[in-house]
Design a protein around this ligand. Structure first.
Ligand code: SF4
Length: 398
C-alpha cells in the first residue's frame, strides 16, 4: 500500500461542551444542564486533556487548521472559560495563519460581552442553532428561544464583527407545513448569513419527542418532506448559496472547513466527553461519563506529568482502521460532498484504483443514474442524494 503523509501533522480540533440550559424534545446529543461549579471543573479538565495531548504529540507537532467548539451549548459557558480554552489551545499547538475557529451558539445565550470575548479569543465563525422561525414550532421542540431572541443574538454577533455566520434549520417537524418551512427559509435568507445547514428531523429513541410522539401534531409525509428539501435547494441556489454537501449551503468561500475535513477524512483531535478523534488512521472516542472524565483529568493535573495511561483511561473506544475500513469511509464520507471523491486520491492513498475495489458497485449505481464519474471524480446525482444512505451502504466491504 502506498502511504501518504500529507495531512499527518495538521488538522482540526473539536471541543465538546456537554451542557445545555435544558434538553430539547428531539435531542439525543451528549448534553445536559449543569451548575457553574461543574462547568468550571469541566473546563479545567479540558485544559488538562489539551495540554497533555499536545505534550504527547510534541515530537511531531500538530498544526491546527480549524477549531470547532460544539455541544451541547458552548455559549452557555462564562466567556472567560471560552477564552481560557482558546488560550490553552494556542499555547499547546501551533496554529495555521488563517485557522477557522467556530463556536456553536444557542440563541438567547449570546450577549455583547460574550461576543466581544469570542472575538478577542480569535473565534471567527459563529454557528447558530435556530431550527425554525416559527415560535410555535420552537416551543414544541423545547427550544429555549423565540425567533425574536434569535434575531437579537444574530445582530449582536454582526455588531461584534462576525462576518462568517451559519444558521442551522430543521425540516420535517411535527405539524410543519410546506408553507411554514418556506417561511422559515425566507426569513433566514433575508438575514443573509454566509452559511445555512438544513437537516431533516430524525426521531431518536429515548428522546421526549420519540417517547410521546402521540402528543405532537403529525409529521409531514415523505412527499412533503422531499418537496421542502427540493424547493430549499433551488431557493438557496437562487440566493447565491452553493450546495457543497447534502445538508450544507454556503456563499462563495464560506464552506465550513472544519466539517469538510471530516468528510475528507483529515485528522481531527476531539477533546471532552464523547469526543471522537482520528489521527493517522487511529480512531478513538472519549468516555460519555462526565464524572470519570473530570476525575481522571484532575488526577493527571495533580501529578503534573504526561501519563498516556491516564489519557487512555478516558477512552471509551480505540481502534486502528484497517485498509478496507479506510476505503469504505473514503466513499461514504466523501460522497456526502457534492464534489464527491477523487479517483487519484484513492489511488494515491491505497495504491489501487477505484475499479480494482468497487467496479461492480460503481457500474450499477451509474446505470441507475445515482452516481456520476467525470473528470476523475465520483459524485452522487440529485437522485443519488435522495437515496444517499442506500448508495453509500453499497460501498461497505465485507
Ligand atoms: S440546544 Fe442542541 S445540544 Fe442542547 S438540548 Fe437542544 S438540540 Fe440538544
Amino acid at each position: 500500500m502506498k502511504k501518504t503523509d500529507s495531512n499527518e501533522k495538521r488538522g482540526g480540533i473539536y471541543i465538546h461542551i456537554p451542557f445545555c440550559v435544558r434538553k430539547c424534545a428531539y435531542c439525543d446529543f451528549l448534553s445536559a444542564p449543569a451548575d457553574e461549579k461543574t462547568q468550571a471543573e469541566y473546563v479545567k479538565a479540558l485544559q488538562t486533556e489539551i495540554y497533555q495531548t499536545a505534550k504527547l504529540l510534541s515530537e511531531n507537532p500538530y498544526t491546527v487548521d480549524t477549531v470547532f467548539f460544539g455541544g451541547g451549548t458552548p455559549s452557555i459557558l462564562a466567556p472567560g472559560h471560552v477564552k481560557a480554552l482558546a488560550d490553552t489551545l494556542r499555547e499547546s499547538f501551533p496554529f495555521a495563519e488563517n485557522a477557522e475557529i467556530t463556536i456553536e451558539c444557542n440563541p438567547g445565550t449570546l450577549d455583547e460581552e460574550k461576543a466581544a470575548v469570542y472575538r478577542q479569543a480569535g473565534i471567527n465563525r459563529i454557528s447558530f442553532g435556530l431550527q425554525s422561525a416559527n415560535n410555535r414550532e420552537l416551543k414544541m421542540l423545547g427550544r429555549i428561544h423565540t425567533m425574536e431572541e434569535f434575531v437579537k443574538s444574530y445582530e449582536t454577533a454582526r455588531a461584534a464583527g462576525f462576518d462568517n455566520i451559519n444558521i442551522d434549520l430543521m425540516s420535517a417537524l411535527p405539524g410543519q407545513t410546506f408553507e411554514s418551512f418556506l417561511h422559515t427559509l425566507d426569513t433566514v435568507l433575508a438575514l443573509k448569513p454566509e452559511h445555512i445547514s438544513m437537516y431533516s428531523l430524525i426521531l431518536e429513541e429515548g428522546t421526549a419527542l420519540y417517547e410521546h410522539l402521540d402528543r405532537y401534531p403529525a409529521l409531514p409525509d415523505e412527499d412533503t418532506e422531499r418537496q421542502m428539501y427540493d424547493t430549499a435547494c433551488l431557493r438557496l441556489a437562487d440566493n447565491g448559496y452553493h450546495q457543497y454537501e447534502i445538508s450544507n449551503f454556503a456563499k462563495e468561500g464560506k464552506a465550513c472547513r472544519h466539517n469538510l475535513s471530516y468528510w475528507e477524512r483529515k485528522n481531527y483531535l476531539g477533546f471532552g466527553t464523547g469526543a471522537a478523534s482520528l489521527l493517522c488512521e487511529q480512531r478513538y472516542t472519549n468516555t460519555d461519563s462526565l464524572a470519570l472524565y473530570i476525575d481522571t483529568m484532575a488526577e493527571l493535573e495533580e501529578k503534573k506529568e504526561v501519563i498516556s495511561k491516564a489519557l487512555a483511561a478516558v477512552r471509551a473506544e480505540q481502534h486502528t482502521l484497517s485498509v478496507p475500513e479506510q476505503m469504505e469511509e473514503m466513499f461514504f464520507l466523501g460522497l456526502r460532498k457534492n464534489s464527491g471523491i477523487s479517483e487519484a486520491d484513492f489511488l494515491g492513498k491505497f495504491g489501487k484504483t477505484v475499479d480494482d475495489i468497487y467496479a461492480q458497485v460503481l457500474e450499477k449505481n451509474q446505470k441507475f443514474g445515482l452516481l456520476v464519474r467525470e473528470n476523475g471524480r465520483i459524485f452522487l446525482t440529485k437522485r443519488g442524494r435522495e437515496v444517499s444512505n442506500v448508495v453509500m451502504s453499497e460501498f461497505l466491504l465485507d
